[in-house]
Design a protein around this ligand. Structure first.
Ligand code: FES
Length: 305
């Protein structure tokens, strides 16, 4: 079977999962419970990775995956050893799976629709893998090493399938990615509103196809990207608290002065804009960007090369 055929089969499976509306009932119930117990605040920030600037789940997942994969390697490469090292690695994987599950649950609870359905299957496969590796550890402790090796191999299969779904969520669906990463506002000063339209209540305006929030705070007009970097919530519909705008979707707070994250679950700051007033009109332009595909997208003739 060619790689292209395998890819077609896999894509068709993922498409079915993404459209499986019957998963919405259980998924929404579990996500509701997670969100009931895990409100925006310090614990959610830790589980989200807010302080590190990147989601925590893809980082911490290396611990159980690395431990289990190393144990699997030892089972294959050193079948005649006494198995102590492999058993210890499996136990380490099982232990570190606990915080990994918590970070995943936190991130997943803020998804919707197809992402939430795929995330539910991803989680179910992970729980299956954890159960198999736990069984492997118990079997090895009871001197049933052969059973332990087989259950660990099944665990590796489950966690590999789950990892593929996790990759799909991150790279195809953009879960965990800054939702403004590919927004390209006009580089030059752009007229967006009349000065008298801007007050201490945030408003949303358009700058060449990019949504921007405008507000007057402490006598100065501030302009931030209106699309929340977390999952894209419209910030101008949020509230203002302590010099921050609070996202109406999951409660992330961004400082009005510089767009920095004051509270998660967001991990990335909001883009900010320079503001000037010309003849009673507000003009904005992006603050400095070091240059990337984000600021210099390939278009037109370049794209066809
Ligand atoms: S979209 Fe989740 S906090 Fe804004």
């Amino acid at each position: 079977m060619s790689l292209a055929t395998i890819n077609t089969v896999v894509e068709s499976v993922i498409d079915r999962v993404e459209r499986a509306e019957f998963l919405d009932g259980p998924a929404d119930k579990v996500a509701g419970l997670v969100n009931k117990w895990l409100k925006p605040g310090p614990i959610k920030d830790v589980l989200s990775g807010t302080g590190t600037g990147h989601p925590a789940h893809p980082i911490i997942v290396l611990l159980p995956l690395g431990s289990w994969a190393s144990a699997f390697y030892l089972d294959v490469a050193a079948p005649n050893s006494d198995g102590t090292a492999a058993r210890r690695l499996i136990n380490l994987g099982n232990l570190t799976a606990v915080p990994t599950v918590l970070t995943g649950l936190s991130e997943w609870a803020d998804t919707q629709g197809a992402e939430r359905r795929v995330g539910l299957v991803h989680a179910a496969l992970n729980l299956t893998a954890i159960a198999l590796f736990t069984g492997s550890s118990i079997a090895r402790s009871g001197n049933a090493r052969r059973t332990g090796v087989v259950t660990a191999a099944l665990g590796m299969a489950a966690v590999s399938a789950s990892g593929w779904l996790g990759g799909h969520l991150a790279y195809a669906r953009g879960v965990g990615t800054d939702t403004t990463a590919f927004e390209v506002p006009p580089a030059d000063w752009t007229d967006v509103a009349g000065e008298d339209e801007v007050s201490d209540k945030p408003i949303g305006v358009d700058a060449g196809g990019v949504a921007v929030l405008l507000i007057r705070a402490n006598g100065e007009i501030r302009a931030l990207s209106d699309r929340c970097t977390h999952r894209g919530g419209p910030l101008h519909e949020g509230t203002i608290e302590d010099g921050c705008v609070v996202c109406p979707w999951h409660g992330s707070r961004f400082q009005l002065t510089d767009g920095q994250v004051a509270r998660g679950p967001a991990t990335r700051p909001q883009r900010t804009f320079e503001v000037r007033t010309v003849n009673g009109r507000i003009e904005i332009r992006p603050s400095d960007d070091p240059g990337s595909l984000r600021s210099e997208p390939v278009t037109g003739a370049d794209a066809r090369r």
